[in-house]
Design a protein around this ligand. Structure first.
Ligand code: ATP
Ligand code: MG
Length: 550
């Protein structure tokens, strides 16, 4: 970038810096962001397709989950990255609806592009969109139906709706029931407000069997085994030592050489080592522990001593599991064995090693704090069980959100049609060009029912026309498409239901990111941008095919 002053050129930015201005910048950013939306669009809804993602190591992920697809896709373009960000925010805030949020943002940008072509200024579009988003959320709040934590049937329907978006193998009444039960166990009440922290639900996956073999455990499950065959496989009234350290002798950090000249010296040396290990075991015994869960390794000799005194031990337990365990059992994580006393012990009614699908797992049940629960998710193969785990994550998220907020809406595009209808009415009351943006927002939000229909092989135009007509009728607010039967019907009655917050959060984050992208009229890049929206890992056919030359 350079400027002229009296015939003399002044360099302001280094030469290799790329700069896009005005419409070019907008066009490029919108295009890159829309490519991302296009990529996940076909996965929306129960009839959506899956994506197969292969990472640089050749590991394969097959999924329908918006946020997982985008995270794996190795996106490079900054505007495209903003879209990935929406899916992450959606995931963090509500745990489901990530595809919806991204598809909506893509459509809002498409509509904005059309308005820009008609010479409507970006700031006008942005402020119109903001008003529209607020209004849409107001409308949705009004049409929402109440739900309480006791309404198991509806909660189960919410779980099933969330899971039905995932692989067809993981649909299951049983799994949905377990998800509802799990969430109900962890709900707490603070100042009259319900809170369900799904971090208290530990999901452990195991391939083999079907999703109907999944189990809910009141306590924690570790995918580990007892270290020594001589140890008990089951301990009742467990007093648990939770150790974030190794029960072995560390190698010295500096390398030193010891010359041993006679056998007596060697014996002393080994004896000293044995003594140190014995002391560790004595310390554990003295504190009164009968179960040891250790984050690092356990020396063979220590294993032997522990087995001799009937203490059960498990090694290489994940740190996050130790934290959960400490919380659930009321124990403390110990980092130095010398400081370990009875005060640090955690308690559980029983710790037991049991076989699941031919492999050992450790069950810690009847903890001091009964809020800790684990879900063992089962599924035929590794890929199926991975997708099942994602489905369960979505299901527990939506159930907890529904319990926290107590508000649900019908699925299958019903709330989007209702919002679009309300927005068109609202646009009539707004003067000036912003009204055009509000109308564009109304058209954009209909992308959800349109895409659901498309992905199910139905005619989106016929469906939209019918949906709009039905929503004009009295009591039509919950009419959506059931993509399984292909019918336009009251989806709320049919049990296709979602928490309100999925929809409001999706609208909020999609419109925020759209506004942000629209307001950019200058892109100054130190590196190259024209490579495309996605990095080299994205594979063929995913680049910014239609991007105009700049
Ligand atoms: N039987 C059904 N008929 C019609 N639509 C349905 C049905 N079940 C679920 N849906 C709709 O499918 C959409 C959700 O699809 P999906 O789960 O694939 O995407 P998402 O929730 O936006 O993203 P993700 O689950 O990947 O985070 C919602 O709009 C929901 O109402
Ligand atoms: Mg979903």
């Amino acid at each position: 970038m350079a400027s002229q002053l009296g015939g003399q050129q002044i360099l302001i930015l280094p030469e290799k810096v790329q700069r896009y201005l005005g419409r070019d910048a907008q066009r490029m950013n919108i295009m890159a962001a829309r490519v991302i939306a296009q990529a996940v669009r076909t996965t929306l809804g129960p009839r959506g397709m899956d994506k197969m993602l292969v990472d640089s190591l050749g590991d394969v992920t097959i999924t329908n989950d918006g946020v997982t697809i985008l995270e794996e896709m190795d996106v490079e373009h900054p505007a495209a990255k903003m879209m990935v960000e929406i899916s992450k925010v959606q995931e963090d805030e509500v745990g489901d609806g990530t595809t919806t949020a991204v598809v909506l943002a893509g459509e809002l940008l498409k509509m904005a592009e059309e308005l820009l072509e008609q010479d409507i200024h970006a700031t006008v579009i942005a402020s119109g969109y903001r008003k529209a988003a607020e209004k849409a959320n107001e409308i949705l709040d009004k049409i929402a139906t109440g739900v309480s934590r006791g309404e198991d049937k509806i909660l189960k329907e919410i779980a099933i709706t969330a899971m039905s978006g995932k692989g067809s193998e993981v649909r299951g009444e049983k799994l949905a029931e377990l998800c509802v039960k799990a969430v109900k166990r962890i709900v707490e009440e603070f100042d009259g407000k319900l809170e369900a922290d799904i971090d208290n639900i530990k999901v452990e996956k195991k391939s083999g069997g079907g999703s109907a073999d999944s189990q809910l455990i009141e306590g924690l499950v570790l995918d580990k085994e007892v270290v020594h065959p001589g140890m008990p496989k089951r301990v009742e009234k467990a007093k648990i030592a939770i150790l974030n350290m190794a029960l072995e002798i560390k190698e010295t950090e500096t390398s030193a050489k010891i010359n041993i000249t006679d056998p007596e010296q060697l014996r002393n040396f080994l004896e000293e080592e044995r003594h140190m290990l014995q002391e560790m075991v004595d310390q554990v015994k003295k504190a009164g522990a009968n179960v040891v869960l250790c984050q690092k390794g356990i020396d063979d000799l220590v294993q032997h001593y522990l087995a001799k005194v009937g203490i059960m031990a498990v090694r290489r337990v994940k740190e996050s599991d130790l934290e959960k365990l400490a919380r659930a059992s009321g124990g403390k994580i110990v980092t130095n064995i010398k400081d370990f006393t009875a005060k640090d012990l955690g308690f559980a009614a029983q710790v037991e090693e049991r076989k699941i699908a031919g492999e050992e797992m450790i069950f810690i049940e009847g903890c001091k704090d009964p809020k800790a629960v684990s879900l063992i998710v089962r599924g035929g193969t590794e890929h199926v069980v991975d997708e099942a785990e994602r489905a369960v994550h979505d299901a527990v998220s939506v159930v907890s959100v529904a319990i926290e907020d107590g508000k649900i809406v019908a699925g299958g595009g019903a709330p989007e049609i209702e919002a679009a209808k309300g927005l068109r009415e609202y646009a009539g009351t707004v003067s000036g060009r912003e009204a055009l943006a509000i109308n564009a927002f109304a058209d954009a939000i209909e992308v959800i029912p349109r895409t659901l229909a498309e992905n199910a092989g139905l005619d989106p135009i016929d469906i939209l026309v019918q949906l709009r007509a039905d929503h004009e009728k009295k009591g039509g607010k919950d009419i959506g498409i059931d993509v399984i039967s292909g019918e336009v019907t009251n989806t709320l009655k049919l049990g296709i239901v979602e928490p309100l917050r999925i929809k409001t959060q999706a609208i909020k984050s999609a419109s925020e990111v759209t506004e942000m992208i629209l307001r950019i009229d200058d892109v100054i890049a130190a590196g190259k941008l024209e490579k495309g929206a996605m990095g080299p890992g994205a594979g063929p056919g995913m680049g910014m095919g239609g991007m105009p030359p700049m």
